[in-house]
Design a protein around this ligand. Structure first.
Ligand code: ADP
Ligand code: MG
Length: 699
């Protein structure tokens, strides 16, 4: 049997059902059907006692008897309630429909098996509309112990393709194929990991004999799925490296060495050294670099970026750094300016507010090669911006730029695309990075510069505001500065603006001039006005900065030691973490105060608790991933990679790691998948790969 056979040909399917299966579940072939994995299973191998019931258990099966019926009037009509009892306790069965028929068909004091989900209400468990059958019949019936529940849609159910029907079709598939499914993993992997053969795995995932076999089957299939994704990502990366030529920066010269020996402002951390070394290796190879530099806020990515630029300059090339906002670009520019002056390097900044004359000058000096480093915003992407010899493009705060923008920079190289270094301060959980960015190389700065005191974080309710203000006053008396942040102002959300302005007024009342000076910055201000206020705060002319999240990214005022976040429940975890990163940059103990009302959802509570309990960006990212799911975090463009059929990127982290390990190992041994023992891998990969043409490069 050929698994590529269109689903129409399977007995019991036919053209109408085939059409629905295609439209609703993307099932085109036998293979697709085989890969329709159950979402969950009803475990009918176990019988619960009433006193074992848990408040949020899934479906349970119980043996007992009905001792009495009663009818309860409700707003509309009435409901039928039966008291159900076993030797450990009683519970209720409830029907809202078909009451007469039910009452007539059930006999009190006879043994029944009930099955369904339970609710906890008024001190009793109840099961609405249970599956119910007499114990004798139940014993006689031959049902699969673990009943698979397949993914479905409303349309499918409405058109009669119920779970039972899918089950039947699946049985037919196994019948026609005589359960002979070709193995898709090589023997040595099966042996090394003690995996179930393909045949047994698919059989037990669709028709599990028991929990243990089901678990083994799931493990094998998840491993297989993740293994081939990793194989594909790693191969893409290898091909990219062999295919996309890059400029070779083979010397580390004067700029780098002078800076390193004479001007290094502090000792680099181990993690910074490691990152620089990895980047140097990439730049020195003949392939174009595509590297992601991950490091928590304040971990010191800037100097790594700068030293990478020096390598480009040492080899006669130009470099650029693009940041998402004007404020950030200015800050980068100011930060690098001193170092550049010391080394006699020409550096300029280009943003939306650069005037025409300066702009013209920049364009010219870029094209004739006089300008060595250009910092800026999206303005860098304009077609008019042409480099003589762009060798390295650095992007700060990657998630704010789209993939399209990255590729625009790519085309600014002359002979080859420039090397690309993407920096992000929002740590992406390692597991996710592995599967989404498997084709980018990854450097991680997982160490903060020494001497940093972790920010102390607390959660306070709104009615404690007076105490919080008192604390702020004390800190200002000690000479420190304070941020007070409100949720984002969006054009449509007049409420936010009102919150911010109300907040500002009440703060202005409690912190009166002239003793206190307050800055305010929000998204509806002109960039120049924003900048002016930011500068006043940065220079210490104002003690309090009332702002929306415009200050989220990158802003550096080491004297600011308190971050108050208003309506903290409205912020996402990564945003909270970013905001907190604005303080704790100086030598003083810093504080982050999360203000909320008493009304908090469970997710909000989890976010707040996480913030209070850890400063580790990676840990926070993991929680964020669990709360929001990978799709939300990575945006939709990469969701293809995450469109997993059986594995779950959050729960199956360990399997993912092992899959990646074995995929790497296999490719190291046999990069072209040419060994006879890997024939099965090559064939399966070809089947799976949508990018068939990439084989041209390898074989
Ligand atoms: P981020 O990774 O958030 O961009 P920065 O590069 O802005 O972090 O660095 C944050 C602060 O830490 C800066 O003031 C920088 O000068 C300082 N810094 C960076 N690396 C070190 C180090 N190895 N030792 C001491 N201070 C450092
Ligand atoms: Mg930074």
């Amino acid at each position: 049997m050929n698994l590529q056979t269109p689903i129409d040909y399977l007995k019991g399917v036919g053209p109408n059902r085939a059409d629905l299966l295609r439209k609703e579940l993307s099932i085109y072939t036998y293979q697709d059907l085989l890969n329709l994995f159950p979402n969950r299973y009803l475990d009918r191998t176990h019988y619960y006692k009433i006193n074992e019931l848990q408040r949020n258990s899934s479906e349970v099966q119980i043996i007992g008897k009905i001792v009495r019926f009663r009818e309860v009037a409700q707003k509309r009509g009435k409901r039928l309630v039966a008291t159900f009892q076993d030797d450990t306790g009683t519970m209720e069965l409830v029907w809202f429909r078909g009451q007469k028929w039910i009452r007539d068909s059930l006999t009190p004091n006879k043994a029944y098996v009930i099955f369904g989900k339970t609710n906890w209400f008024n001190g009793t468990f109840s099961m609405p509309h249970p599956d119910i059958e007499p114990l004798e019949d139940h014993k006689k019936s031959l049902r699969v112990a673990m009943q698979p529940i397949y993914p479905s849609t409303e349309k499918l159910t409405n058109k009669g393709i119920t779970n039972r029907v899918v089950n039947k079709i699946m049985q037919q598939l196994f019948l026609e194929s005589k359960n002979k499914f070709a193995e898709t993993l090589p023997d040595d992997l099966l042996n090394a990991l003690n995996l179930l053969p393909k045949n047994e795995a698919v059989l037990n995932v669709h028709f599990p004999k028991n929990q243990a076999l089901l678990a083994q089957a799931q493990f094998r299939l998840k491993f297989e799925e993740l293994f081939y994704i990793q194989l594909q990502l790693i191969l893409k990366n290898l091909i990219h490296k062999s295919k996309i030529k890059g400029y070779t920066f083979d010397k580390v010269g004067n700029y780098f060495n002078t800076f390193f020996t004479h001007h290094l402002p502090f000792n680099l951390t181990h993690a910074q050294k490691r990152a620089i070394k990895e980047i140097r290796q990439d730049l020195g190879s003949h392939a174009q670099m595509n590297r992601l530099l991950q490091g928590d806020v304040g971990s010191g990515k800037t100097i790594v970026a700068f030293m990478s630029m020096l390598i480009a300059l040492d080899n006669g090339f130009q470099a650029c750094l693009m940041a998402p906002t004007e404020i950030l670009s200015v800050q980068h520019y100011n930060g690098l300016l001193d170092w550049c002056n010391m080394l006699n390097i020409s550096i300029k900044i280009l943003t939306g507010s650069t005037n025409t004359l300066e702009r013209k000058h920049i364009h010219e000096s870029l094209e004739n090669g006089d300008l060595q480093i250009l910092i800026g915003t999206h303005a860098l992407l304009e077609d008019k911006v042409k480099f003589k010899h762009l060798g390295l493009a650095i992007i700060d705060e990657q998630h704010r730029f789209g993939v399209a923008q990255r590729s625009k920079l790519w085309h600014k190289g002359t002979d080859h695309p420039p090397h690309i270094l993407v920096m992000t301060a929002t740590p992406i959980p390692r597991t996710l990075a592995m599967s989404v960015y498997g084709d980018l190389d990854l450097s991680i700065i997982d160490e903060l510069p020494p001497g940093r005191r972790p920010v102390k974080t607390v959660h306070r309710y709104d009615n404690n505001r007076l105490k919080v203000f008192r604390f702020i006053r004390d800190e200002i008396d000690k000479g420190r500065q304070v941020y007070i942040v409100y949720p984002l102002i969006q054009e449509s959300e007049k409420m936010d603006y009102k919150d911010l302005m109300d907040g500002y007024e009440s703060i202005a009342r409690d912190f009166p001039a002239p003793k206190y000076q307050i800055s305010i910055v929000h998204g509806q201000m002109k960039p120049a006005d924003k900048d002016y206020e930011m500068q006043r705060f940065a220079k210490g002319e104002t003690q309090i900065m009332v702002a929306t999240t415009v200050i989220e990214v990158g802003v550096n005022v080491p004297n600011a030691s308190v971050m108050v976040i208003e309506s903290a429940e409205r912020f996402g975890l990564s945003q909270l973490h970013q905001l907190r990163g604005r303080v704790g940059r100086g030598a003083e103990q810093s504080y982050c105060i999360l203000m909320t009302s008493h009304k908090l959802s469970n997710d909000s509570k989890t976010r707040l608790e996480t913030m209070v309990s850890t400063n580790d960006g990676f840990e926070i990212a993991e929680v964020d991933l669990k709360l929001r799911g990978p799709g939300d975090i990575m945006g939709t463009q990469q969701s293809g990679v995450l469109n997993l059929k059986i594995a779950n990127i959050i729960k199956d982290k360990a399997i993912l790691q092992s899959a990646r390990y074995y995929a790497k190992k296999l490719l190291q041994e046999d990069p072209k998948l040419a060994l006879p023992k890997n024939k099965v891998v090559l064939e399966t990969y070809r089947q799976l790969s949508k990018f068939k043409n990439i084989w041209n490069y390898i074989s």
